[in-house]
Design a binder for this molecule. Structure first.
Ligand code: ADP
Ligand code: MG
Length: 622
């Protein structure tokens, strides 16, 4: 007896979109089903290494495609791992993926253009319903008896049926009843074309029975035909070939096949290493960030093959975290076939491979920066944030990665970028340090009082507007032997306050310091400011105000570092305050302090008191 079950809500929502909104590029359904068949064979091949019973159903790996124009059906059969009852219920009735809600929203918003996204989110199977009004799946798991097979059927309304059945062969057979409007799929050349476009690189033969003219004794075609099986894909393992033997288009197609991305990659990195650790790699640097780049539980890293067997879908050990956007294949001929995660972590080859791969990828990125600046700009806007993590984590390569960083600065127009090297080439004769300012946006930073002194001397300052910039660049500390200086921090030794000026302010400074007490680490004069009267600076090495806010937002305990209040000796207010009595100095010091807090984007402890005080002072002046 067939049992009827409801789809999980998310599946119903997804199916509704698949059926009613996705009508361009429908043919990718075949790519998705073939990709699942290929994954299933990968699993069988891999599990059989440790459990020989898996191989009992034969190891003549194959994906068989067929169609029946009259019955309006297309069938895809594989001899992969198969699914048992529970696995079918789980895989074809629910979506386990954590980003599903987000994805469904995105699909609904983008409508028909988003058919291509479907495989990226791990819901490729359901794309069958783009062209079919009924799908049946019959599967027998390898290692299980013929009468332990399962039949799953659905017309995608809101439920499916499931029952036990028998199946002579192991693996999975999916039959779709094609809708009238998609009947044009039901001929061999259309199916051949689709396989050729999207699935040429599948490792296993994708076969179909086709009618062919019989070849006569004279070697020529006769009038008679016969049905013969034909393999539709070239099965080329591109990564094992020499670079020159593969065309760019073949590589790009392969990229689209493994990522389900609709755009071409920004850069391809293909190489072979011979010697102590032998391996081949075909890697891709995407042109845009994948949707799950910042999800905590996303696994990354290229596929790992050993002697033509896929051992791991994502081998994280082959790449540092900050290159986690790189995808592709690495195949080694030295690693053992039955390698497990633990063995992998202690294997001596792996770090050597990682080192090699990291170097090649960084070289490719650097080459793109030099030779294709427009392409690089786009890449950096999408993935620079991740790449920059390397400046913090990779001590050996931090300077090489910093070379790749792009910034706007006081010398660039909005939307245009510069680099550390370009900055250095513009440095003034007497300038020793690289100056930068961190904050939210260029607009905010451009008008910052902290830049006044440097602006007056026409010294360039880099704008660092990424949240992570403060940590990353204070860690870097130096670039090309030049110190990196945040203009929000420490003492800027651009210009000194004249000795005589300092002397004349001694009393006032002492008074302000006494009245502010614990609130500040110190009070001093500065040449940093030109128009504004005061600012607060962080001591070197401590997180700046932006960073403190970020850490707090992340729920990390941050002891608020006391800041130093800096005063502009040329400001009329400061000059006037020299003659004020003690009470006035205290009153004004409090206001100045609050103003400085506002200037660094902070919040006042007692905003009401500040406003009232200001109103009082304004009233006095009218
Ligand atoms: P994904 O392939 O990204 O996991 P799909 O929606 O394409 O997402 O497939 C869902 C799941 O269904 C697969 O992970 C797999 O467990 C199972 N599955 C689909 N097709 C097959 C098949 N031909 N053989 C075995 N399992 C399959
Ligand atoms: Mg899939």
């Amino acid at each position: 007896m067939a049992e009827r079950r409801e789809f999980q809500t998310e599946v119903s929502q997804l199916l509704d979109i698949v059926i009613h909104s996705l009508y361009s590029n429908k043919e990718i359904f075949l790519r998705e089903l073939i990709s699942n068949a290929s994954d299933a064979i990968d699993k069988a091949k891999y599990e059989g290494l440790t459990n020989p019973a898996i191989y009992d159903g034969g190891t003549d790996w194959k994906i068989k495609l067929s169609f029946n124009a009259e019955a309006q059906t297309i069938t895809i059969a594989d001899n992969g791992i198969g699914m048992n009852h529970d696995e079918i219920v789980k895989s074809l009735g629910t979506i386990a993926h954590s980003g599903t809600k987000e994805f469904i929203k995105q699909l609904a918003e983008q409508g028909k253009e988003s058919a291509n996204l479907i495989g990226q989110f791990g819901v490729g199977f359901y794309s069958a319903f783009m062209v079919a009004d009924h799908v049946s799946v019959v599967s027998r798991k390898r290692g299980e008896a013929a009468d332990k097979a399962v039949r799953w059927e659905s017309d995608a309304k809101s439920s499916y049926s499931i029952e036990n059945t028998t199946k002579d062969t192991v693996g999975t057979e999916i039959t779709m009843h094609v809708r009238d409007e998609d009947k044009n799929l039901l001929n061999d050349w259309t199916l051949k074309r689709i396989v050729g476009t999207y699935s040429d690189y599948i490792e296993y033969p994708i076969a179909m029975d086709v009618e062919k003219p019989i070849i006569g004794e004279d070697g020529k075609e006769t009038d008679q035909t016969e049905v013969a099986e034909e393999t539709l894909n070239s099965q080329k393992a591109l990564w094992l070939k020499d670079k020159a033997e593969v065309t760019d288009e073949e590589r790009n197609q392969f990229y689209r096949h493994i990522t389900h991305d609709f755009a071409d990659p920004a850069k391809v990195v293909q190489f072979k290493v011979e010697g102590t650790s032998e391996f081949s790699a075909l890697l891709f640097i995407p042109s845009h960030a994948p949707f799950d780049l910042f999800h905590k539980d996303t696994s990354f890293g290229p596929m790992l093959y050993v002697k033509r067997v896929q051992i791991m879908e994502h081998c994280e050990e082959l790449l540092p975290q900050y290159l986690r956007f790189v995808v592709g294949v690495v195949e080694s001929s030295d690693l053992p076939l039955n390698i497990s995660r633990e063995i992998l972590q202690n294997n001596r080859q792996i770090p050597l491979m990682q080192k090699n791969i990291t170097r090649k990828v960084l070289e490719a990125i650097s080459k793109m920066q030099q030779e294709e600046p427009e392409q690089y700009k786009k890449f950096y806007a999408e993935l620079g944030k991740v790449l920059k993590e390397g400046i913090y984590y990779d001590h050996e390569r931090k300077e090489a990665i910093a070379k790749l960083a792009l910034f706007e600065s006081t010398a660039t127009k909005a939307g245009e970028y510069t680099t550390f090297d370009e900055y250095i080439s513009r440095m003034k004769g007497e300038q020793n340090d690289i100056y930068y300012i961190t904050g939210g946006t260029r607009r905010e930073l451009e008008n910052s009082p902290y830049l006044e002194g440097l602006k007056a001397k026409e010294i360039e300052v880099l704008f660092m507007t990424d949240e992570v910039d403060d940590i990353v660049f204070s860690q870097l500390n130096k670039y090309a032997d030049k110190s990196l200086k945040s203009v929000l921090k420490g003492d800027l030794d651009v210009e000194k306050v004249a000795e005589s000026t300092a002397k004349s302010y001694e009393e006032l400074i002492k008074g302000i310091k006494e009245s502010l007490g614990e609130r500040v680490a110190d009070v001093r004069l500065t040449a940093r400011l030109k128009g504004s009267p005061v600012c607060l600076v962080t001591s070197e090495g401590a997180p700046d105000a932006n960073m403190e806010r970020l850490l707090k937002a992340m729920g990390q305990p941050v002891p608020t570092a006391k800041r130093t209040l800096e005063l502009n000796p040329d400001h009329a207010l400061l000059k006037a305050m020299q003659n004020a009595n003690k009470d006035k100095v205290a009153e004004y010091a409090a206001i100045l302090y609050d103003q400085a807090v506002l200037l660094e984007g902070g919040k006042l402890d007692n905003a009401a008191a500040f406003v009232n005080k200001m109103a009082e002072l304004m009233a006095d002046r009218i």
